[in-house]
Write a protein that binds this ligand. Structure first.
Ligand SMILES: Nc1ncnc2c1ncn2[C@@H]1O[C@H](COP(=O)(O)OP(=O)(O)OP(=O)(O)O)[C@@H](O)[C@H]1O
Ligand SMILES: [Mg+2]
Length: 197
């Protein structure tokens, strides 16, 4: 029986927090007892793979899968939890990753210019696949953030997380994973997997 659960992290826009979100979700999954946890890096820039090479996370295995063919194979595992980090811009790859996903997490930022790439990303996800946005590097208490939250609510798009802007998260592989970030992403993971496990 196929028991793998796959969470795809995507936004056609670059630099929004996909890699950060993917690494933290994988680490949060290990803490939650998922085993095995596989981080599939579908971006040829290989930022997730490099992150884990610099700073391995116990319990997380990385598979680099920068092509359609390698991605399909990597997502076709038969057990465990798979988190897929995707590249910006490649609609075909995103569509096929989303097509195989049990849930899609869409990292974004606060600010009106961020809406349309998310809407375009939502178009690539099959209608019945659970999806939610995660507002990354959020400045708590700002109007921008409040407006973004209100706007997604008005669009009936679920907000699975609001991750505060923190130096400890911005340092990426240069520092160990930031506890507050792990806690916030654990909530995102729980929402993504609601009804699954
Ligand atoms: N919560 C946060 N607080 C502070 N900085 C953050 C946070 N989340 C992400 N960042 C920073 O935002 C930048 C972009 O993040 P990231 O590399 O994860 O985005 P990406 O969508 O994977 O980019 P690309 O499209 O290039 O792959 C990085 O410098 C990262 O450290
Ligand atoms: Mg990235």
């Amino acid at each position: 029986m196929r028991t793998v659960t796959s969470v795809v992290v995507s936004n056609i826009k670059g630099g929004v927090g996909k890699t950060t979100t993917s690494v933290y979700l994988a680490a949060a999954a290990v803490e939650r007892g998922h085993e095995p946890v596989v981080l599939v890096d579908a971006d040829r820039q290989a930022s997730s793979a490099e992150w884990l090479e610099t700073r391995p996370i116990e319990g997380v295995t990385v598979i680099e899968a920068p092509s359609q063919r390698t991605l399909t194979r990597a997502m076709g595992r038969d057990d465990g939890l798979v988190v897929v980090d995707t590249p910006p811009g490649d609609e075909r790859l995103l569509q096929s990753a989303a097509g195989a996903a049990d849930a899609v997490v869409i990292p974004t930022r606060a600010g009106g210019v961020e809406f349309s790439p998310v809407l375009a990303t939502l178009e690539l996800i099959p209608a019945r696949t659970p999806r939610g946005v995660v507002i990354c590097a959020a400045r708590l208490g700002t109007n921008d953030l409040e407006e973004a939250i209100a706007w997604w609510k008005s669009q009936s798009v679920s907000i699975w997380g609001v991750i505060p802007e923190r130096v400890g998260i911005a340092s990426g592989p240069e520092a160990r994973l930031y506890r507050e970030g792990l806690n916030e992403y654990a909530v995102v993971l729980r929402r993504a997997l609601r009804g699954k496990r």
